[in-house]
Design a binder for this molecule. Structure first.
Ligand code: DAH
Length: 360
């Protein structure tokens, strides 16, 4: 026969030791549940002779009442403790400063910024953006652009070639964005007015050269565009890009196989105290190559050079980014150093536009 005094002592001890509501519920079921120890004691009353029942009845009922009370009290304590813990865990200090999101802390790379600036300026003049693959054929990178096989101009490009494929064809990493001129003429009907920003590759590395760099190409093909238009476009571009009211430009004769005549363009600047300023001064800085598209190139792209004509130009994006934003070394552009990017980068929501400002 269970000793009610010992049972009560054990139950009360278990109850006060119960760590959570689930443990407490298990004790309750084991004590006052259908087959619980106290329920069994109470059930046994029915089999006792009346005398003993009178004596044990109040004893067992008293036991049940005290255990039930202790269970209730412990449940309340545990509930309160769980609530306190949750309040602690979910406490929110609304006075703390809001943590900045990626859109505020992230930075746009100066190259991406300059590409966006270029695009905004040329889009305003009615240009669209074209692109092509970084891995090119020799035909598109050179031959169709009027670099005959064996021509010395090919050697000047320090080309990265791939191993010949099964057909003996040697693909290469494009050395300039000019092959996209050819791709555009082969795939679009004139009038054509595109800019082509993109990655280019040459075997070259020092403070102002990296093996991968960026160029932007411009191409206009129709029946009447001439050098006067080209000069106006480039002057407007330089003023807008360098954010100055006027620029003086100098066109020097040059040579590129894919243009005739060909020119290199310098802009006037001052260099004082290591700082460069445009729109003033008596120094000159070369910024791009350009010319009228060579009739051979127009013909190679399936157009009749007696009907169509136009001009093209090519410019180093990294170089104009360095000039505009005052960086003297090109290599950190591609080192992915977040400290450099935090210093030279641009805020993602300050999207360059001619109306909102290019770099402000
Ligand atoms: N492709 C030339 C280079 O990488 C740059 C260039 C010069 C592009 C004159 C042109 C151009 O479209 O007309 O050196």
């Amino acid at each position: 026969m269970t000793d009610p005094t010992a049972l009560e002592a054990t139950l009360l001890q278990d109850i006060s030791a119960a760590a959570d509501e689930a443990a407490l519920e298990a004790i309750r079921v084991a004590a006052t549940g259908k087959k619980g120890s106290i329920s069994e004691l109470l059930a046994s009353l029915g089999k006792l002779p009346p005398e003993q029942r009178k004596e044990k009845g109040p004893l067992y009922n008293g036991l049940r009442d005290r255990v039930t009370t202790a269970l209730g009290a412990r449940r309340e304590t545990l509930k309160q403790a769980a609530l306190d813990a949750r309040l602690q865990r979910e406490a929110l200090d609304v006075t703390l400063p809001v943590r900045e999101s990626g859109i505020e802390t992230g930075r746009i790379h100066p190259i991406s910024q300059v590409i966006d600036e270029l695009t905004a300026i040329f889009a305003d003049m009615g240009f669209s953006v074209a692109d092509g693959p970084d891995i090119e054929t020799d035909d598109l990178n050179f031959t169709k652009l009027n670099f005959p096989v064996g021509h010395p101009a090919r050697e000047m490009h320090d080309t990265f070639f791939f191993a010949p494929d099964a057909n003996g064809e040697r693909k290469l990493l494009r050395t300039h964005t000019s092959p996209v001129q050819v791709r555009t003429m082969l795939s679009q009907e004139p009038p054509i007015r595109v800019i082509i920003p993109g990655r280019t590759y040459r075997h070259d590395s020092d403070q102002t050269h990296t093996p991968m760099f960026h160029q932007v190409e411009g191409l206009v093909i129709d029946k009447s565009s001439h050098l006067g238009h080209l000069k106006w476009i480039l002057a407007e571009f330089c003023k807008a890009f360098f954010e100055v009211p006027s620029v003086k430009m100098r066109f020097r004769p040059s040579f590129f196989p894919f243009t005739e005549p060909s020119m290199e363009v310098d802009i006037q600047c001052t260099r004082k105290g290591g700082e460069i300023r445009f729109g003033e001064g008596d120094d000159w800085l070369e910024i791009l190559g350009c010319g009228m598209v060579h009739p051979n190139v127009i013909r190679n792209c399936g157009l009749d050079p007696d009907v169509y004509q136009g001009f093209a130009w090519g410019m180093g994006i990294d170089r104009i980014a360095m000039l505009k934003y005052g960086m003297s070394d090109l290599r950190p552009f591609f080192e992915a150093d977040v400290r450099w990017l935090n210093h030279y980068g641009f805020r993602p929501l300050d999207i360059p536009s001619l109306v909102g400002g290019l770099s402000s």
